[in-house]
Design a protein around this ligand. Structure first.
Ligand SMILES: Nc1nc2c(c(=O)[nH]1)N[C@@H](CN(C=O)c1ccc(C(=O)N[C@@H](CCC(=O)O)C(=O)O)cc1)CN2
Length: 303
């Protein structure tokens, strides 16, 4: 593989480490001023292996950042009412500044109902309609972690975004829509593309900033990328890797990296790009929630 001489590989792992250090410094200030550490509760229902690893990493990184971690692992048979009761207890617990319910939830639980049960002031995922509305209307609030991390990575290579053409592929409430709102707030000209978009390759070729969040392995080909564009790959897809041995898998993004790296000005790899930013931004949001709830001012890292 030959990388274009000027292509910058955006190291999300290193950026996330730096962000977690800054959050840890601010969390220590918070503790010194308030007498308690910011607290983050993470709830997992069921035993999905990937979710279980994410929750373990969240709890571990919360503790490493000097915050209090409250981990709740519930069996897959937990009823919706039991989960809502736990959320109500966490809402009422003053030691808990942030609440995250790991997704996906088992099919018998209405995820939207659970999201709406979380106190918006503790909604560190930024998924509650109150926080989505605040983002849309330009009010301060909690912003979904993955798009916030993407914006930080974009700004690390291009601080001035006003007037740039941004194309976001994917319209989920978790990534696509909030990502588009964040880029709009930076005065980009934003297009949200999706499965019904006509001539997607041509739409993508307009983009100075191309964010792929579709969940389809390597869908975005190299010739969809405008030369010099910033390419942010949100996809995390496990695909068979027979070259590594029988039954082995490997992670790929939504972008055909080997092709896109030839044309992009900057690109995130998978793994090691956007993924690590999700948990780093979760810690950042937990700190932000603690600050907003208590009025204790410490230096919360921003995009
Ligand atoms: N309540 C939520 N649920 C889920 C979210 C979320 O933000 N809130 N996001 C995803 C999963 N996720 C965190 O929960 C997550 C995904 C990926 C990574 C990450 O670091 N990825 C690595 C690769 C890891 C691997 O080998 O599998 C990378 O891309 O380098 C962190 C967090 C769904 N659920």
């Amino acid at each position: 593989m030959t990388t274009h001489p000027t292509t910058r590989i955006i190291d999300g792992k290193a950026f996330a480490e730096g962000l977690r250090r800054r959050v840890a410094d601010a969390a220590a200030d918070f503790l010194a001023r308030s007498g308690r550490a910011p607290g983050l509760a993470v709830v997992l229902v069921g035993d999905d292996p990937a979710s279980s690893v994410y929750v373990r990493n969240k709890a571990q990184q919360t503790v490493e950042a000097g915050m209090a971690s409250f981990e709740h692992r519930l069996p897959a048979e937990t009823s919706e009412a039991e989960l809502l009761a736990l959320v109500a207890r966490l809402n009422a617990d003053d030691a808990v500044d942030g609440i995250l319910v790991q997704l996906p939830l088992p099919a018998h639980i209405d995820a939207q109902k659970v999201i709406e049960a979380i106190d918006p002031a503790k909604d560190v995922d930024g998924f509650h309609p109150a926080n989505a509305g605040r983002l849309m209307t330009g009010l301060p609030g909690l912003v979904p972690c993955t798009p916030l991390g993407c914006l930080m990575l974009i700004r690390s290579v291009q601080p001035a975004l006003a007037g740039l053409e941004a194309v976001v592929i994917g319209r989920s409430n978790i990534v696509g829509k909030p990502m588009a709102q964040l880029l709009l707030a930076e005065s980009c000209t934003v297009t949200i593309a999706h499965s019904k978009t006509r001539d997607l390759p041509s739409v993508c070729r307009r983009a100075d900033i191309l964010v792929a969040a579709v969940g389809r392995p390597q869908m975005v080909r190299g010739d969809w990328v405008k030369p010099g564009a910033i390419v942010i790959d949100v996809g995390i897809n496990r695909v068979p890797a027979p070259e590594r041995g029988e039954g082995k898998m490997r992670l790929v993004g939504d972008v055909a990296y080997d092709e896109a790296v030839e044309r992009a000005g900057a690109i995130t790899p998978v793994p090691g790009g956007v993924g690590p930013m999700t948990i780093a931004c979760l810690l950042r949001n937990a700190l932000a929630a603690a600050v907003a709830r208590t009025g204790i001012v410490v230096d919360v890292p921003s995009a």
